[in-house]
Write a protein that binds this ligand. Sequence first.
Ligand code: F42
Length: 160
Amino acid sequence: MPLKGEYEPSKAQFVRDQVDLYENSGGTQGTTLSVLVTRDEDERLRDLPVVILTTLGAKSGKIRKTPVMRVEHDGTYAVIASMAGAPTHPVWYHNAVADPRVELQDGPVRQDMLAREVTGDEKTLWWARAVEAFPDYAAYQKNTDREIPVLVLEPTAQEH
Ligand code: F42
């Protein structure tokens, strides 16, 4: 069931803009982040896929929308609360912990999902997938004592 509430755009202009472009284009534009990535000794700018995470504000109850890198495996996703290696978690992480009912838009496809934080071997597996998708995560984790959380998102049972 889609989350209900009043949408409160991010204070960060680039985030607001990316969410607007992504949603207003039906998930056909604003769906990547250009990043310098080296793969097999081939360093170049690559357009890496981005998804839009929708959470409920833990205090305001407002709808919050956050672009994050796309990390996916067999229909299950992970969202990485990296915040570019900052010492504190992003606020959206607290929202998703407080209420695990989230939405994820991957290109034109929007799904209701349930978020759960992973630890141990499961986190190790998803962290490897995340770094494969977006190598900067490894540098972010190296630059902070904060353990960067990984939330796995699984589609909720489809409404009948
Ligand atoms: N951030 C990541 O952490 N991981 C990524 O993979 C990632 C990729 C990415 C790709 C493209 C792009 O444009 C941005 C990307 N970002 C990524 C940045 C991401 O979109 C966020 O900007 C960043 O993670 C920070 O998220 P944030 O939720 O901390 O945003 C702050 C700035 C924010 O919006 N604060 C609001 C405000 O008004 O200050 C509050 C938002 C909020 O949810 N408030 C809660 C409420 O109740 O409404 C209160 C929650 C509480 O407990 O206080």
